[in-house]
Design a protein around this ligand. Structure first.
Ligand SMILES: Cc1cc2nc3c(=O)[nH]c(=O)nc-3n(C[C@H](O)[C@H](O)[C@H](O)COP(=O)(O)OP(=O)(O)OC[C@H]3O[C@@H](n4cnc5c(N)ncnc54)[C@H](O)[C@@H]3O)c2cc1C
Length: 288
C-alpha cells in the first residue's frame, strides 16, 4: 500500500477543508476504501477519517423525521430500538452488511457512497424516500438517495463532498418496511438481488401507498413505481403481489456473473418483491 497522509478531524468544517486537497478521500469505516487501496484500485494522497466527527454518528428522531448520521454503523443501527421500530427494513438492510466485525465498522454512509449496485442498505433508503444531506466546499445541499446514484461507483457528488446524514420521513400509522436479499451463501456475500418495500395500510388493510426499490439487478438500485402502484388500492392479494413482482422483473436490467444469470436475477427479484411486500404488510399490524 502506498503512503497517504492521514487526518482525523473532530469538526465537519475541518474535514471539508482537508478534503479540498488534491487527491484526498473521505474514509468512514474503511471496509471498502482500505480493501480498494490494498488492491491498488485507490491511491489517495490523503485520507480524511470521518469517524471522530460526533455529528455524523447520531440518530435523531423527531415528530416529522428520522435523521441517520452517515457515520452510524450497522451494529449501532441494530441497537437503536426506536429506529428499529420506525424503519425495521432500513435496519435489516444495514445489518446484512458483512460479518460481526464488519458491522462494527461499516457505516450506512459508506455503503451508499461506495456506489455498489448491490449495496444492501440502499434499496430500503430509496423505498423510504430518503434524502441525503451533503456538505462540501460549495456549501450544503440535499439530494434524494434515488437521484444520488448515477452508475456503479458513480454518484452525484463533487470531490470533497461529505454526506452528513440521510433523512427519512417519520412513518405514519399503518406504515412499515422490509428488505430481503438473496445470496448464494448463508452470509458474507453480495446480493444476487435485493428488494425493499415500504407501504402503508389503512385500518381495513387496504394499501394506501407503496414504494418498491430493487438492488443488485441494474447499474444502480432503482425505485420501481409500477411495482408500488400494483399494490396500492389492494389488500395485497395474490394478483397484486404477482403484478408487483412482474413490475420489478420488468424494471430489472441485470447482468450475468458468477452469482447468477440475467434470467435468474429477473425471477428472483419478483419472488423477493412478493415476500418483502408481505413482510412489510404484516409489520403494519393491519394486514388482513
Ligand atoms: C468482508 C466484507 C463483507 C462485506 N459484505 C457486504 C454486504 O453483505 N453487503 C454490502 O452492501 N456491502 C458489504 N461489504 C462492503 C462494505 O462493508 C460496505 O459497503 C460498507 O457499508 C462501507 O462502509 P464504510 O464505512 O466501511 O465505508 P468506507 O470504506 O470508509 O468508504 C466507502 C466509500 O465511501 C466514501 N465515503 C464514506 N463515507 C462518506 C461520507 N460520509 N461522505 C462521502 N463519502 C463517503 C469513501 O470515500 C469511499 O469511497 C462488505 C465488505 C467486506 C470487507
Amino acid at each position: 500500500m502506498s503512503s497517504s497522509r492521514y487526518y482525523a478531524p473532530t469538526q465537519l468544517n475541518e474535514a471539508v477543508q482537508q478534503l479540498a486537497q488534491q487527491g484526498a478521500r473521505a474514509m468512514a469505516g474503511g471496509t471498502d476504501l482500505l480493501v480498494q487501496m490494498r488492491s491498488r484500485l485507490e491511491k489517495p494522497a490523503a485520507i480524511v477519517d470521518l469517524k471522530k466527527i460526533d455529528s455524523l454518528r447520531r440518530v435523531d428522531i423527531t415528530a416529522d423525521s428520522v435523521r441517520i448520521g452517515s457515520g452510524v454503523t450497522g451494529a449501532e443501527l441494530g441497537e437503536n430500538t426506536a429506529l428499529v421500530a420506525c424503519y425495521p427494513g432500513v435496519v435489516e438492510g444495514a445489518e446484512l452488511i458483512g460479518s460481526t466485525q464488519i458491522q462494527g465498522r461499516a457505516t450506512i454512509g459508506g455503503n451508499l457512497c461506495n456506489g455498489s449496485p448491490a449495496a444492501d442498505s440502499v434499496p430500503a433508503l430509496i423505498a423510504a424516500n430518503g434524502i441525503c444531506e451533503i456538505t462540501g466546499a460549495s456549501g450544503e445541499r440535499q439530494v434524494a438517495v434515488a437521484d444520488l446514484l448515477l452508475g456503479p461507483g458513480r454518484l452525484d457528488l463533487q470531490p470533497g463532498d461529505i454526506i452528513t446524514a440521510i433523512v427519512l420521513p417519520k412513518p405514519v400509522a399503518g406504515q412499515a418496511d422490509a428488505y430481503l436479499r438473496f445470496i448464494p451463501r448463508t452470509e458474507m456475500d453480495l446480493a444476487v438481488a435485493g428488494v425493499a418495500v415500504n407501504l402503508t395500510l389503512d385500518e381495513q388493510g387496504v394499501c394506501q401507498q407503496a414504494r418498491v426499490a430493487i438492488g443488485g439487478v441494474a447499474p444502480t438500485a432503482l425505485l420501481v413505481p409500477d411495482a408500488g402502484a400494483a399494490l396500492v388500492g389492494t389488500r395485497l392479494d395474490a394478483t397484486a403481489l404477482t403484478a408487483a413482482g412482474e413490475a420489478a422483473t420488468a424494471a430489472a436490467r441485470p447482468i450475468s456473473d458468477k452469482r447468477g444469470t440475467v434470467e435468474y436475477r429477473r425471477k428472483i427479484v419478483a419472488v423477493l418483491t412478493r415476500r418483502a411486500a408481505v413482510i412489510a404488510a404484516q409489520r403494519t399490524g393491519r394486514a388482513s
